[in-house]
Design a protein around this ligand. Structure first.
Ligand code: F6P
Length: 325
C-alpha cells in the first residue's frame, strides 16, 4: 500500500546535520506526493500530540543550522507498552501511516519495538555524533563533532606546550572510541584511551612505560567517556598517584561537541540519507536504518544496527602510534 502521509521526528541526543536530514526527508516526501507531519520532541512529543503539518517552507534555511528544529527528548514512557499504545493512537488520529525516526541507538531501539508491536512501517536515519551504529560507515553528526574536537584540541595544545603539561581531554562517545581515536589522529595527539581497548589492557600503563613523552614538552591524550576508561578525571587521578612527575590537567569537552553548523560532509550525508528514507518507504521497506557503506546507501535491518557492536578499525591504532612518536 502506498504511504500517503509520513511523520518525522528526531529523538535522543541531537547531532549536527539532523536539520539537513529533516529538510531532505520533508522535500523528498512532498516531491513524491506525500504529506509530512513534523513531530516535536521525539517520542515524547508524539505522546503529547505536538504535531504539525510541514510544507517545503518549514524546512527552508535550516541546512546550515546545528541542533534540530523538531527539538528532541529522551522519553521513558515510550519504553512502556502503555506509552507505545498511546503513540499508536496519536499516529492514527493524525493519519500518519509511516515514520522516519532520526537518532541513535535508543531511538532505533524504540522504533524497532514499536514497529514490531504494531506492524508499523518505520525507517531510521543514524543521527548521532557517536558513530556507534553498526551497518553504516558513518553517522550524521560524527564528522562535525570530529572537526569540533580537532579545533578544541588545537587550542588546548597551545597552552599545554607553553606550560609543558600533560593534558587528558575527555570526548563523548558513550562507550565507543570513534571520536577519541580519530580525534587523536586528526589533532596530532599522543594517544587515545578508548573503551574497546581498555577492556583488553592497561592503556595508561603501556603508554607511560613505552617512553611516552620522552622527547616532547607537551602531551595530549584523548580519553573516551566511559566507565571502562574511567574518563579523563579517572585517568588523571591515577597519573597523579602513580606518576607524580607529570604536571597534569584535565579538560572535558562535553556538550559543545554536539553543537555547531554541520560540515559539508554531514550536510551531504544527511541529504542523501533523507532522500533514501523516502525511497525505502516507496519500495515498501520497513524497519530498516539507512546506512552508508563504501559510499553506497544501504538498508540495514534495525535488529542488526542496534544489536551488533560496531568494531573500531584497529589499523587506526597503529596509525596513531606511528604518527605520534
Ligand atoms: O549519544 C550522544 C551523546 O552525546 C553521547 O556521546 C553522550 O554520552 C550522551 O549523548 C549525553 O547525553 P545527554 O545530552 O542526555 O547528557
Amino acid at each position: 500500500m502506498a504511504v500517503k502521509c509520513i511523520g518525522i521526528l528526531t529523538s535522543g541526543g541531537d547531532a549536527p546535520g539532523m536539520n539537513a536530514a529533516i529538510r531532505a526527508v520533508t522535500r523528498s516526501a512532498i516531491y513524491n506526493g506525500m504529506k509530512v507531519k513534523g513531530i516535536y520532541r521525539g517520542y515524547k512529543g508524539l505522546l503529547l500530540d505536538e504535531i504539525e503539518e510541514f510544507k517545503t517552507q518549514n524546512v527552508s534555511n535550516i541546512i546550515q543550522r546545528g541542533g534540530t528544529i523538531l527539538k528532541t527528548a529522551r522519553c521513558a514512557e515510550f519504553k512502556t507498552p502503555e506509552g507505545r499504545k498511546e503513540a499508536y493512537e496519536r499516529l492514527k488520529e493524525h493519519g500518519i501511516e509511516a515514520l522516519v525516526a532520526i537518532g541513535g541507538d535508543g531511538t532505533l531501539t524504540g522504533a524497532r519495538i514499536f514497529a514490531q508491536e504494531y506492524d508499523y512501517p518505520i525507517v531510521g536515519l543514524p543521527g548521532t555524533i557517536d558513530n556507534d551504529l553498526y551497518g553504516t560507515d558513518v553517522t550524521i553528526g560524527y564528522d562535525t563533532a570530529l572537526n569540533t574536537i580537532m579545533e578544541c584540541v588545537d587550542k588546548i595544545r597551545d597552552t599545554a606546550t607553553s606550560h609543558d603539561r600533560l593534558f587528558f581531554i575527555e570526548v563523548m562517545g558513550r562507550d565507543a572510541g570513534f571520536l577519541a581515536l580519530n580525534g587523536a589522529i586528526a589533532s596530532g595527539a599522543e594517544a587515545a584511551i578508548i573503551p574497546e581497548i581498555s577492556l583488553e589492557k592497561d592503556q595508561l600503563a603501556e603508554m607511560i612505560e613505552t617512553g611516552f613523552r620522552k622527547s616532547k614538552n607537551s602531551s595530549i591524550v584523548l580519553v573516551a567517556e566511559s566507565e571502562v576508561t574511567g574518563g579523563a578525571m579517572g585517568v588523571a587521578e591515577r597519573v597523579k598517584k602513580e606518576y607524580p612527575q607529570f604536571d597534569v590537567r584535565v579538560s572535558i569537552l562535553g556538550h559543545l561537541q554536539r553543537g555547531g553548523s554541520p560540515t559539508a560532509q554531514d550536510r551531504i550525508l544527511a541529504t542523501r540519507m533523507g532522500i533514501a528514507a523516502i525511497d525505502a518507504l516507496l519500495e515498501d521497506q520497513r524497519n530498516v536504518m539507512i546506512g552508508i557503506q563504501n559510499d553506497q546507501l544501504v538498508y540495514v535491518p534495525f535488529s542488526k544496527a542496534i544489536k551488533n557492536d560496531k568494531p573500531i578499525n584497529r589499523d587506526l591504532l597503529d596509525t596513531l602510534r606511528i604518527s605520534s612518536i
